[in-house]
Design a protein around this ligand. Structure first.
Ligand code: SF4
Length: 56
């Protein structure tokens, strides 16, 4: 399983540095989590100011 970033993302980038495995990168219109890299630790969830990161 992996966390996912939904359409509430405003591309602020606050989550990127919170991920211990570097699974979060900037996408075309929002940030994205690489499901193959994510270890579902949840560290990124609290870093999102719009609450746009949740369990898949
Ligand atoms: Fe990275 Fe953990 Fe968030 Fe997955 S749940 S994207 S491993 S911080």
């Amino acid at each position: 399983m992996a966390r996912v970033i939904n359409d509430g993302c405003v591309s602020c980038g606050a989550c990127e540095s919170s991920c211990p495995v570097g699974a979060i990168t900037a996408g075309d219109d929002k940030y994205v989590i690489d499901a193959a890299t994510c270890i579902d630790c949840g560290a990124c969830e609290g870093s999102c100011p719009t609450g746009s990161i949740a369990e898949a």
